[in-house]
Design a binder for this molecule. Sequence first.
Ligand code: TXA
Ligand code: MG
Length: 385
Amino acid sequence: MHTKTKYWTPADGDAGLNEAAAALAAGGVVAFPTETVYGLGADARSEAAAERIFAAKGRPSDNPLIVHLADAADVDALAAEVSPLERALMAAFWPGPLTLVLPVRPGAVAARVTAGLDTVAVRVPAHDIARRLIAAAGCPVAAPSANRSGRPSPTLASHVRDDLDGRIDGVLDGGPTGVGVESTVVRVLGGDVHILRPGGVTAEQLQAAAGEAARIVAPSAGGETAAGDGEAAASGSADAPGAASAMDAVGADAAPAAGAAGAPRSPGVKYAHYAPQGVMAIASGAPAAVRAAVQAAVDDARRRGEPAGVLCCDEHAGFYSADAVLALGPRAAPAAAAQALYAALRECDARGLRFIAAEAFPEEGIGAALMNRMRKAAGGRALPV
Ligand code: TXA
Ligand code: MG
């Protein structure tokens, strides 16, 4: 596959945005910023365009895509039915980082997009460039994160270039994304809101918007029963990314695909998640004990001759001696760490780290999504503290 990839920068203004929209309307694949991560977009009604997304990413074909709309009013063209509770969630969080899995209106989107399921995942991104692009393209836009399968989601246009240059038609650069982790994916069933993938909208926010009568069903500790991060090559294959370092994985993706009885699920669960090229492990507990455990693990790795790094909160950065110390943000502000995580994981690979010890962050609010992604990157590995 070789395509000349065009890069539109903010300096290209409306002309760049309109060229990108024209490429989408013509069946092309174009990466664009959203408030969460960069997406790789294509016309959701076109089988051929959707197929180009799977080919560019190397994504397993049975993992469905999220459809992005410019306007919440357009949801009825895609969904066969929308319940009052689903409408309330849309009113509360759209535009924003919430994806709803809804019964699909037959024929509304390409079968490739839903991977043949009878549901479609939909969201309206809270990003001006994204919404203007979708509106100008004049079609619903299917878009997974714009990374090669098995890599962290891109939070900068340069991450997209690193993964997809020569494989897609263009990249619309809108600067760094805000939230830094993907949208929360939910399925409403019988008055319960099932979180299939934690993300930019927190469980606490969902509860407040859904009202006290609604039950918010969070994924069990260690991982979701369903959507997963949507990434990575097929599981089970010994040479899947991360497989070599996942021998002691205890994460959800290493478990059988069975979740809680009756819980909704999605194909993402079958896939091995992204892991950095180095082995990563997470330390949680009291700060002083965590610091000691992280430094001891780094020292062990370096004695084995492995370049070793640390992912930590700002407050602890000065404490460590390692080949790389990457501070993600203040310990009490998981939003900053969520924003920084994927770039830091890419940096670990760029620096050739073979071992990465990471400090756990508190799981309140968006900390739940942050720790979900960190545990996936670590293949569920915990450091003894
Ligand atoms: O923030 C985001 O959600 C980003 C930006 C670009 O919008 N997109 C994103 O897409 O993260 P992706 O493809 O990387 O992850 C989509 C997740 C996958 O885990 C997939 O299995 C799940 O959503 N999903 C999509 N359609 C589904 C469906 N019909 N039922 C259940 N899960 C679904
Ligand atoms: Mg993804």
